[in-house]
Design a protein around this ligand. Sequence first.
Ligand SMILES: [Zn+2]
Length: 231
Amino acid sequence: MQPLDVLVVAPHPDDAEISVGGIIAASRRQNLRVGVIDLTSGEPTPRGTPERRREETEQATKVLDLSWRSNLDLPNRSLQPTLDARRRLAEVFRLTRPGIILAPWWQDVHPDHVAASSLCDDARFWAKLSRSDMEGEPFWPPRLLHFLSIHLRIHPSPSVVMDITPDIETKMTAIRCFGSQLTIGQDQPFPSVLDDIRDRARYWGWAISTGYGEPLMNRESVGISSLTSLL
Ligand SMILES: [Zn+2]
């Protein structure tokens, strides 16, 4: 397949939409090839079923106009960075050959998210191994950034914030596809989950003097050859 520019690694279907739905929509608008690998089905949840979650994921995939999406069907709620999971995710990296991987931030209280973050590091390393029986050719994903899909009410300092002002409605439409995870159209107390998501995007937009934004964390240095890169 044609290599992806960006691959989002999501522990559960809806994490990509909630955390980087705007970045995905903006990147597609800019003609980048963007894919999502969901690690688990995300089920069981109180009001979801595997079938319904799959349909919701298909709808959100259309809204975001993704170039590629798949699911590794690793165990939800008990996701672990096992050797088998590492191999399977490394094979995805070797197949899709993304220029940028967007992975969950390592700091969280949801064990699946912490495990997914660790798994991304492990699989990134394994993806480059030669003399291996893994599918695909050796490949070192050059850039790994982390998105905030966290269940902690904290104030992290992101490395970059991307302006998603033109894409906020596409992000919210994609998130609303996951009706099994949201109480939509019912009387519910303020603030709803959707209020929280939109207000956080507005907060990060405020942080960079624009309408809406999405933050990314980066452990590795970004090289520049001109200050114009920062203008
Ligand atoms: Zn999740």
